[in-house]
Design a protein around this ligand. Sequence first.
Ligand SMILES: *[C@@H]1O[C@H](CO)[C@@H](O)[C@H](O)[C@H]1NC(C)=O
Ligand SMILES: *[C@@H]1O[C@H](CO)[C@@H](O)[C@H](O)[C@H]1NC(C)=O
Length: 496
Amino acid sequence: MWLLILFVVIGLFGSESFVEANFTTNCTIVAKGNLKFPKKFSFGVATSAYQIEGGWNADGKGISTWDEFTHNYPEKIKDGSNGDSAAESYRLFELDLQALKQLGVKHYRFSIAWTRIFPTGDIHLKNQKGIDYYNMVINKLLANKIEPMVTMYHWDLPVGIQKFGGFFNSMIIDQFSDYAEELFKLFGDRVKTWITFNEPNNICKSGYAPTLIEAPGVGDYICFTNVLKAHGATYRLYQKKFAKKQKGKIGITLDIWFVFSKTNNTDDVARAMHYNLGLLAYPIFSKSGDFPPIVLKEIEKSSIEEGRKKSRLPSLGEYWTKIIQGSGDFLGINYYTSRYVKPATEPMGKNPSMERDINVQMDFDPNWPRAKADWLYCVPQGLEGLLKYIRDEYDNVEVKITENGWVDSGELNDDNRIRYYKSHIQAVLNAINDGCNVTSYSAWSLIDNFEWLKGYTEKFGLYYVNMKSNKKGRIPKKSALYYKKVIATRSVPNDV
Ligand SMILES: *[C@@H]1O[C@H](CO)[C@@H](O)[C@H](O)[C@H]1NC(C)=O
Ligand SMILES: *[C@@H]1O[C@H](CO)[C@@H](O)[C@H](O)[C@H]1NC(C)=O
């Protein structure tokens, strides 16, 4: 087994390598091949319910973990704010629609607030006004030839579900797939692209409320396992009951920083990728299923050394491995940035923790331009490298870029955002020219919105929203005009 892994790794990284350690650092990338995107390629934008909708208790909506968290712990949000009103898309969807039409997008990725439709999370109690809202959104999009791409869960868990333990309790498998089944029944005649979960990495590692058990290296793995099972069960349910008639596609969205090695150490890169992406992608998209063998083996070894009776990350087992393997029609990718990796010189993180299990040091190049967020450096080569990695590692599965974007303070003349989009959209085109199966791109985000723990201090929008005004008009930034030109020309223009 070990030899096999070694050969695969050498085979993968030894040839035309995507571990390109030397590249320009000024947020640019060299164009390679065709200068136009394929005709079928879909450009769109993305948002999520809690970040834009507001109307937190309007028309019978229930309370989510994010409502509760921001209300109970305002001090944990940088500006003490919350999503009670946000951009008020619940009241002002028409403004979003106008912006979408102005951009000329082919699709719109948004999420459904579970609590708007099922206030307690449980499907026995249905809120018709919430259903009406999403019907209105979907119908207006379609009337304007904009394809809806729907995320079922983007972090706003009903507190009624959290009370059972949320993702720590395997009850979530039924709770989620019951909810998903209702969504298929309600909207599946018109929605053809579904994303079960957005960024399980963040769901499981950062947590979504302080009430969660802090259990690194244990709880996060339980959460990953339950997310995978809920996703797999939902996929099988759709295939059994809806696929024939509705003909939709179901995927999952994973967030991932690509990694490079300064010393071209392919082993470091492979290990980091198996933990950071493989933990969730491998069980669904690899030929063998289950967690990556190297991850299973290493964590079992550490667990036994820690005096445990079994691994903190047990195999998914035969039954679930089968259900989860192949349970994705596409892989959604949220890409923002990259890092360098090298082996840690001393044990990383808490004992135990996922950080300790991975045990690599992450580093960045101080020459990479940095956004307002301290984690976001502009590394377009990482996106091209990641797409080639997925092509080679996961049999060229269909990839949808479900998020990519740049954060600043909200300025209208946002040249740095244009520079970021320009180089990253070029990176996607380069990857397509190199045979990568990428079919769509969603810019994050349509409008300025509630940026989780950063409140309204960090802005990702193509459109500016004055959060203090009642009108909350959507004002195009310079980057909106640039993206409009990208879409209209299916190319990467030099400027607006
Ligand atoms: C790493 O690989 C690249 C491309 O193959 C090469 O140009 C570079 O010199 C290598 N760097 C080191 C430190 O070996
Ligand atoms: C791209 O993905 C789709 C869906 O999984 C698949 O049918 C197709 O064969 C893939 N294309 C290539 C070139 O691999």
